[in-house]
Design a protein around this ligand. Structure first.
Ligand code: PLP
Length: 396
C-alpha cells in the first residue's frame, strides 16, 4: 500500500494500523467503521448506540425496584477501593499524581504472577473484547464462540462482516472446544467465556489447553474471566504464560462492584497488547481516570473482603435457586452470580414482562434457548423480593 492509497482511506486510524487492516482483507468501508468504534466510546453509553455495543453496555436503568437483570454487583466497590478513589479525587488536578497506572500494573503483576509487560489496563473489558476481534479476525479469518455466550464479540464481528460460528455448549454446559475447532478450523479467534455468561458454568483448563494446542497457527484464544472471582476456580493465566496466542480478559464490573467506574485489563504477550493498541495509539489504555485506577488497585489486594462477598453471593444464590426448584423448574448448575431458569412452557420474554409487573427486572434470554431466562444474583434482600415475585408470576 502506498501513501497515496492511504490518503484516500476515510479514517482517522493511524496509517500503520490502516495498512495492516487493509493487508488483512478489510476494505475502506470497514476501516471507517473501525475508526468509529474507537472514536465513540462515550457515545456507546447512550441509548442510540450501535448494535456492536449493545451487549457491552447495559440499557438505561430499568424502572424496577429490584435490578437483577444486568449481572451487576448488588453493592458498590470494596471499602479499601472506595477510600483510595476518594483520595484520588482530591488530587485529580494532576494527570498522574504518582504513576497510578504503573501501580495498577505492578499490583496485577504481583497478584497474578505475570510479567508487568504482559498487563494492560483498559476502561472495562468491552473495549478490549471488541478490539480482539478487530485485531485477530478479518474477512478471511472468522470468530468462533459458544452458544449461548456473551454476545459482544459476535456482534462486533457481525458488524464488521467477519464470519461468526457458534458451537452449542456441551450437555454439561462447558464450551465444546472440539466442536468449536471443527466449526471453523481456520478461524482468527476462539472466544472462551469461563465462567460463561449467561450459564455461570466453567470450561475446565484442560479443555482450554486442548484448544490452544490444536488451534491453527497464529489464531488466538481469548479467555474471558469476567466472573472468575465469584467462582474461585483457577485462571487460564498459566496457559497464557506458556503460549503467546492466549489472551486473558478481566473486568472490575462484577465482584468488585465497579461497573460504572469502567476498569478492566488484559493479560497477554506484549506483542498482542501492541497490536490491540495500535488503532488509537494506546489512548484508551493510557489515559484512565485516576479514581478508577486507584479503586481497582486497592480492591485487588482485599482478599478477605473478596472472599466475604463471594460467600454472600453464594448464600443468596442458594436461597433463590431452592425457591425456583421448589416450583418444579430446572436451573442450570452455576458457579457465578447468575443462574438460568427454564420456564419450559412459557417464553422467557413473557416471563421477563411478568416479573416487571412486580417491579423485578430479571435478565434476558438467548435465541438458542427461548424459554430460558438469566437471573443475576443480587443481595439476599433482592433475592427475597425475587422469590415473592416468583410466587405471583408462576402458578404452574
Ligand atoms: N465479558 C463478559 C463475560 C461480560 O458479561 C461483560 C459484561 O457484562 C463484559 C465482558 C464487559 O463488561 P465491562 O465492559 O463492564 O468490563
Amino acid at each position: 500500500m502506498s501513501q497515496t492509497d492511504l490518503a484516500e482511506v476515510p479514517t482517522a486510524l493511524p496509517p500503520a494500523a490502516a495498512t495492516d487492516l487493509l493487508d488483512r482483507g478489510y476494505n475502506r468501508r470497514d476501516l471507517a467503521r473501525i475508526a468509529t468504534m474507537f472514536g465513540i466510546g462515550a457515545l456507546a453509553a447512550t441509548s442510540g448506540r450501535p448494535a456492536w455495543a449493545a451487549a457491552g453496555v447495559p440499557d438505561p436503568a430499568p424502572a424496577a425496584k429490584t435490578r437483577i437483570g444486568a449481572n451487576e454487583c448488588w453493592t458498590g466497590p470494596l471499602a479499601p477501593g472506595q477510600a483510595a478513589a476518594h483520595k484520588a479525587v482530591a488530587i485529580s488536578n494532576r494527570y498522574s499524581p504518582h504513576d497510578e497506572r504503573g501501580d495498577f500494573i505492578r499490583t496485577v503483576s504481583a497478584i497474578e504472577g505475570v510479567p508487568a509487560d504482559h498487563v494492560a489496563p483498559w476502561p472495562g473489558s468491552s473495549d478490549p473484547l471488541s478490539r480482539s476481534v478487530i485485531s485477530f479476525c478479518s474477512p478471511g479469518k472468522g470468530l468462533v464462540t459458544a452458544d449461548p455466550t456473551f454476545e459482544l464479540a459476535g456482534r462486533t464481528a457481525e458488524w464488521l462482516g467477519v464470519s461468526v460460528t457458534r458451537a452449542p455448549l456441551t450437555a454439561d454446559y462447558r464450551h465444546d472446544v472440539k466442536a468449536m475447532l471443527a466449526a471453523d478450523p481456520n478461524a482468527g479467534l476462539y472466544y472462551v467465556c469461563t465462567p460463561n455468561n449467561p450459564t455461570g458454568t466453567i470450561t475446565p483448563l484442560e479443555d482450554i489447553a486442548w484448544l490452544v494446542k490444536n488451534k491453527p497457527d497464529g489464531a488466538k484464544v481469548l479467555v474471558d474471566e469476567a466472573y472468575i472471582h465469584f467462582a474461585g476456580v483457577p485462571s487460564a493465566v498459566p496457559i497464557m504464560l506458556g503460549n503467546k496466542d492466549v489472551i486473558v480478559l478481566r473486568t472490575f464490573s462484577k465482584i468488585f462492584g465497579m461497573a460504572g467506574m469502567r476498569m478492566g485489563f488484559v493479560m497477554t504477550a506484549p506483542e498482542n497488547i501492541a497490536k490491540m493498541m495500535r488503532y488509537d495509539g494506546g489512548m484508551q489504555s493510557g489515559a484512565l481516570p485516576m479514581p478508577s485506577l486507584a479503586c481497582a488497585t486497592a480492591s485487588l489486594t482485599a482478599k478477605t473482603l473478596i472472599a466475604k462477598r463471594k460467600a454472600e453471593m453464594e448464600a443468596a444464590r442458594e436461597f433463590a435457586i431452592a425457591r425456583v426448584k421448589a416450583k418444579g423448574l430446572k436451573v442450570v448448575p452455576t458457579q457465578a452470580n447468575m443462574f438460568m431458569i427454564d420456564w419450559q412452557t412459557k417464553p422467557a420474554k413473557a416471563m421477563q414482562e411478568a416479573f416487571r409487573t412486580q417491579s423485578v427486572e430479571i435478565g434476558r434470554s438467548w435465541p438458542i434457548w427461548p424459554t430460558v431466562s438469566r437471573v443475576t444474583v443480587g443481595s439476599m434482600a433482592d433475592m427475597k423480593l425475587f422469590a415473592l415475585a416468583l410466587e405471583k408470576v408462576w402458578a404452574g
